[in-house]
Design a protein around this ligand. Structure first.
Ligand SMILES: *[C@@H]1O[C@H](CO)[C@@H](O)[C@H](O)[C@H]1NC(C)=O
Ligand SMILES: *[C@@H]1O[C@H](CO)[C@@H](O)[C@H](O)[C@H]1NC(C)=O
Ligand SMILES: *[C@@H]1O[C@H](CO)[C@@H](O)[C@H](O)[C@H]1NC(C)=O
Ligand SMILES: *[C@@H]1O[C@H](CO)[C@@H](O)[C@H](O)[C@H]1NC(C)=O
Length: 529
């Protein structure tokens, strides 16, 4: 989204366009940067806040991971040890599936988490594009987003067909090679009307709908194309219901989708944001909400579970609508209220001194849910807390209550900052889990490309020596957010310790969103028509 001019100073930015006025009008929600009176106090209106160097430096590092993960023909030499790869992906079905991103440390393109990466990146840009621009990262973020949305468009050759995987994980995992040198076969897998995948098709719809908002000003033709595919994919997902894991043998071993209802609601939420078409809002708040939203039960936002994301998006609808023209009828909509209450329950679980605070935390203060990929939940939760905090400020409703205790929007920012600080080195290991940031960061990231010297000529199987090598990675996987610490705040920097040392693109998207929300002193959105 572009800058909103004529407001007197540069701090005003447009972040969301919602068609709402009497069902047809358009009103804009603009972002207004705020000065903070003190570090944790509530913000008061004022000129744009100061740049926080720490988060700005970290953001500069974090966005680079998308360049590390890019497949296809690389136009720029951004990462010196990366080159063109996967150029023939899709050729067996006469499609160009060369773009997109490798999922993690291997060379698989898994459509389900890849689309989620794009959705979170879009959301981050929509909320915090102004902050990204203030530190010169907006272009990189948009370019990375487009690298995925280009792939998703190509992967959707007709209404009811979506290619959702490139590469066979079993044969891929038999190799340890650089993407530039890979020789393993690259089969492609699709979902269609007879073998559906509502979860993956709806996530792709969410990605393309949210990205259509990102590119609306910058490239309106591209934005329209994205929206057209998003609508078709949502119809496909909704009409032919089923989980992609039942259609694609073996996929459940890697990214098992535990249900597609959340993705259907998520896609409809983003389509409502992107189009203003009330039928999408009704989809989310009507019987589908009752069926799929799991009201009242806070959960963790992840590539598999979009519910907390939908709840927070719906809060934007309820809170911001009050200031504008959605009308009493909608703000008292019981579906919306239930989303809002559940979002509040999620937030109450995150604030450490809330009566309902989750006990899933390390002694070092990190929200901690799982040995595998431990940073996934805290980083995604902290991103949502940051966004929710800004929605509260925007609505003028700066306080909320958790079982009788009152908290401020700034308590949520403080939580978000605490998780970011932990990740960046303020932790018992005194280690930055963001590769390339700080004095001390992991040296043995589980990542094939980073572990093999760029000039080594290794094939599928003779590359394994680089996995077992006791030398640090020869290449820095800039911006990789590794899996993260154990419950006892410890971390074992070993290349074969996959659960702790493997990064992923979807965690990086949430990290980019989190850091972007912290880059300048707090911000607020305001509405006008
Ligand atoms: C539909 O998708 C399934 C699962 O990927 C595949 O086996 C089948 O061949 C596809 N149908 C068509 C007509 O291509
Ligand atoms: C995938 O998730 C489904 C639904 O939750 C579950 O029944 C199934 O056992 C899971 N499969 C794997 C391989 O984890
Ligand atoms: C890496 O770990 C896997 C699974 O634990 C094991 O099978 C393999 O032998 C290990 N490889 C090396 C090189 O240590
Ligand atoms: C921390 O936890 C891990 C995983 O449970 C365990 O292997 C390790 O020994 C523990 N370290 C310490 C110092 O207790």
């Amino acid at each position: 989204m572009g800058k909103k001019g004529g407001c007197g100073f540069v701090g005003w930015l447009m972040v969301l366009v919602i068609l709402a006025l009497l069902g047809v009008g358009i009103f804009l929600v603009v972002r207004h940067k705020m000065n903070k009176s003190d570090d944790d106090g509530d913000s008061i209106p004022g000129p744009p806040g100061a740049i926080q160097k720490k988060y700005s430096d970290a953001l500069n590092v974090a966005v680079q991971f998308f360049d590390v993960q890019k497949a296809g023909k690389l136009n720029e030499d951004k990462i010196t040890w990366r080159g063109d790869s996967a150029l023939e992906d899709g050729s067996t079905v006469k499609l160009d599936l060369s773009k997109g991103m490798y999922d993690a440390g291997d060379h698989m393109k898994f459509g389900f988490p890849m689309a989620f990466t794009a959705t979170v990146l879009s959301w981050s840009i929509l909320e915090y594009g102004d902050q990204m621009e203030a530190v010169n990262q907006l272009g990189t973020a948009q370019d990375s987003l487009k690298w995925i949305t280009d792939f998703l468009i190509h992967a959707h050759p007709s209404d009811n067909v979506l290619y959702v995987q490139v590469g066979d994980p079993v044969s891929d995992h038999k190799c340890w090679d650089r993407p530039e040198d890979m020789t393993e076969k690259r089969p492609v897998f699709q979902v269609n009307a007879s073998s559906p995948g509502s979860d993956v098709a709806a996530e792709a719809a969410a990605a393309l709908a949210s990205a259509s908002l990102v590119f609306k000003k910058k490239d309106s033709d591209y934005s329209s194309t994205l929206l057209k595919h998003a609508k078709q994919l949502f119809s496909f997902a909704d009409k032919y219901r089923g989980s992609y894991c039942d259609s694609i043998p073996g996929s459940a071993t890697y990214y098992n989708s535990t249900g597609y209802g959340d993705e259907l609601l998520w896609a409809a939420s983003w389509l409502y944001h992107a189009t203003g078409d009330r039928s999408y809002l009704q989809y989310v708040t009507g019987s589908n909400g009752n069926d799929f939203a799991d009201f009242g039960n806070p959960s963790w936002f992840s590539w598999d579970n979009k519910l907390p994301g939908i709840q927070v998006l719906m809060v934007a609808m309820v809170l911001l609508a009050r200031l504008t023209f959605l009308g009493e009828k909608d703000t008292s909509n019981s579906g919306l209220q239930q989303y809002r209450e559940t979002a509040e329950a999620v937030m109450c679980g995150l604030i450490p001194d809330s009566p309902t605070a989750t006990s899933s935390r390390t002694d070092g203060g990190l929200v901690w849910v799982s040995d595998w990929n431990a940073l996934q939940q805290p980083v995604a939760a902290a991103f949502l807390a940051s966004v929710y905090s800004d929605y509260l400020l925007t609505s003028g409703k700066r306080q909320f209550s958790c079982s009788g205790s009152t908290f401020k929007s700034s308590d949520l920012k403080k939580f978000a900052r605490s998780q970011a600080d932990y990740v960046l080195g303020d932790n018992p290991m005194k280690l930055s889990y963001l590769v390339g940031y700080g004095d001390k960061y992991p040296q043995f990231v589980h990542h094939r490309g980073a572990s093999i010297p760029a000039d080594a000529s290794t094939g599928c199987s003779d590359g394994w020596k680089w996995l077992s090598s006791t030398d640090p990675n020869p290449n820095v996987a800039m911006g990789a957010l590794v899996g993260g610490p154990f419950k006892n705040d410890s971390y074992v920097d070993d290349r074969n310790n996959t659960m702790q040392t493997e990064p992923s693109t979807y965690n990086s998207a949430a990290m980019v969103g989190l850091l972007s929300g912290l880059v300048t002193t707090s911000s607020v959105v305001q509405s006008f028509n």
